[in-house]
Design a protein around this ligand. Structure first.
Ligand SMILES: NC(=O)c1ccc[n+]([C@@H]2O[C@H](COP(=O)([O-])OP(=O)(O)OC[C@H]3O[C@@H](n4cnc5c(N)ncnc54)[C@H](OP(=O)(O)O)[C@@H]3O)[C@@H](O)[C@H]2O)c1
Length: 293
């Protein structure tokens, strides 16, 4: 069985990486903050001291990092993934990145005789833990076939969107309505609150109507009571909304709704709410207009 390297043990990586131990792969992990690797070490993974050391120990290397800057740092930085001999390795980049970042990392891999696919995911921490993510993949048929047994450990479905970069393009497309949905729910409940409705009443009726999305019922307790449990935080949503708007700008596609949501996520982040779940923007706005539970 092939050996796997896994970098980035944040909210997603922490539940994805252990699946490889359970599936019988030899696993080597790395995380910028070393303490987050301890549970993996306890479960039987080897812990590398640098990204370069992960590559030395693994045939296939998965990364699940915060953003474009993190991926560039981990691939191209000192002791980074591409700092040594990587010929023959396959990199599966699963963070949500801009398509151009994926293409530029793939080009660097190609120059060093390594393969690269982008495979960002749809689905959050709970499906990640159960191996039920949907991977949105960009790359060649051959590289994706090579990645398939590894992706199967993490996913219920693999969508081949096109060449490298198109996995990330599709991920931005899927995240757009989600970013805008929480913004629209924030506005809707602010309107209702200003008109004297209770937040719980609004959300209960909303969840049972055509205005609900699939995850809304799961998120309602989080919106009403708040919680320490965070699946997808406001800072990450701001990052994705910004990537969407700027990618839209580059193509000349107007993004008025996503731009409005970006302003909201950025303002919430600036207020110190960056680590809160993205749905906290609903409560943040409706509270200002007197929503009661
Ligand atoms: N959470 C979700 O529900 C979800 C769903 C689908 C897709 N995604 C995407 O998946 C990716 C990971 O999300 P997450 O929620 O797991 O994020 P997270 O909890 O914030 O974890 C981010 C990870 O990136 C690492 N990192 C950040 N900056 C770095 C840098 N400059 N150099 C090296 N490592 C760096 C962090 O290391 P430290 O521990 O040292 O900070 C951590 O391991 C993101 O691209 C996100 O958009 C998330």
């Amino acid at each position: 069985m092939q050996s796997i390297g896994f970098l980035g043990l944040g909210k997603m990586g922490a539940v994805m990486a252990p699946r490889f131990i359970d599936a019988g792969f030899a696993l080597t992990v790395w995380n910028r903050s070393a303490d987050k690797a301890q549970p993996l070490s306890d479960a039987g993974a080897a812990v590398a001291s640098t990204p370069a050391n992960v590559v030395a120990a693994a045939d296939i290397v998965i990364s699940m990092l915060r953003d474009d800057a993190a991926a560039e740092q981990v691939f191209l930085g000192r002791d980074g993934l591409l700092s040594g001999n990587v010929a023959g390795k396959l990199f599966i980049e699963m963070s949500t990145l801009r398509p151009e970042t994926a293409r530029s990392l793939a080009e660097r891999c190609k120059q060093q005789q390594a393969a690269f696919i982008d495979a960002p995911v749809s689905g959050t921490v709970a499906p990640a833990k159960e191996g039920k993510l949907m991977a949105l993949v960009g790359g060649s048929d051959a590289d994706i076939e090579r990645a398939r047994p590894v992706l199967d450990v993490l996913t219920r479905r693999i969508v081949h969107a096109g060449p490298v970069g198109q996995g990330d393009m599709l991920k931005l497309v899927l995240n757009l309505p989600l970013a805008v949905y929480w913004q629209s729910l924030a506005e809707a409940t602010a309107l209702g609150a200003a008109g004297g409705l209770e937040l719980a009443t609004m959300l209960d009726a909303m969840a049972d109507s055509g205005a609900a999305i699939k995850v809304l019922p799961l998120k309602i307790p989080l919106i009403i009571e708040g919680s320490d449990y965070v699946a997808f935080d406001i800072a990450t949503m701001e990052k994705d909304a910004r990537s969407i708007v700027e990618t839209g700008n580059a193509f000349g596609v107007p993004m008025p709704a996503t731009s409005a949501s970006l302003e909201t996520y950025a303002a919430a982040n600036a207020e110190g709410l960056g680590a809160a779940d993205a749905v906290a923007i609903v409560r943040r706005l409706s509270d200002n207009y007197g929503a009661a539970d």
